[in-house]
Design a protein. Structure first.
Length: 251
């Protein structure tokens, strides 16, 4: 008798399963096949999904269309030859393939005050001003250590001359070396800032290349926080302990 009562209950649950699956599905997906992406944000998983409210609009700060130029002028998709331009989907792929494995770094290149107001999940803050310093500056050394570069000991003039002359041949492992830094194992990086009108990450990219960072390992997300917000993607307010560089000024 007890078994007979269980049969209708089991049938009811089976009939409800498709409905339960539908209820959990997101109406606003990232792509038709992709609902969410999980990224490691300072050691903790963060699930990225788009805003589900169809009436949601971006806040005023990110909806602004006109800013004085200069300094807030439109930036090119590719700041320098060899740099890879990426959009939102490529950034999400980068999170899964590189950030989550520790093989790459997503860089919020804005000043700490901007970073603390909200950042893209998975990012660390290395302000654009850091890479404008001399190659041996303390902040440059700190940043390059995070990015996998290795400080070289004193390199003699003769050896450095050989490296420069034979870099294109691949001799002496010189292709990714400068007098101060070895970028052989430098990580893949994506830099971003406030949006297509923001010059902070393009400036950081130009200075990184001047310092010797391999251009082919640098990716630029021109859309930045503005396009991230416009597409209903989430930001996260970081803990103050994650501020690694104390700088001020700039854009």
């Amino acid at each position: 008798m007890r078994q007979m009562r269980l049969i209708p209950a089991a049938c009811t649950m089976l009939l409800m399963l498709p409905w339960l699956g539908t209820a959990q599905a997101l109406d606003v997906r990232i792509t038709a096949e992709r609902e969410t992406v999980t990224v490691q944000h300072h050691g903790k998983p963060f699930v990225i999904q788009r805003e589900q409210d169809p009436n949601h609009v971006v806040d005023t700060a990110w909806g602004k269309t006109s800013r004085k130029c200069p300094p807030f002028c439109l930036q090119p998709n590719v700041p320098l030859p060899g740099i890879h331009a990426v959009g939102e989907l490529e950034v999400l792929d980068f999170m899964e393939k590189f950030v989550n494995t520790g093989e790459g770094v997503l860089i919020d290149s804005r000043l700490p005050s901007w970073y603390m107001a909200g950042t893209i999940p998975g990012s660390i803050n290395i302000p654009f001003t850091v890479f404008g310093e001399i190659p041996t500056a303390t902040d440059v050394e700190k940043a390059f250590k995070l990015l996998g570069a290795v400080r070289r000991p004193n390199v003699g003039g003769f050896r450095r001359s050989l490296e420069r002359n034979f870099a294109d041949w691949g001799w002496f492992g010189a292709r990714h070396k400068t007098a101060y830094w070895d970028f052989t194992d430098a990580k893949e990086i994506v830099l971003w800032c406030n949006g297509p009108w923001c010059g902070q990450s393009p400036r950081a990219i130009r200075n990184l290349v001047k310092l010797g960072y391999p251009a082919e390992r640098i990716h630029y997300y021109r859309g930045g926080m503005q396009m991230w917000k416009v597409l209903g993607m989430p930001s996260v307010v970081p803990d103050a302990s994650t501020v690694l560089f104390e700088v001020s000024g700039g854009e």
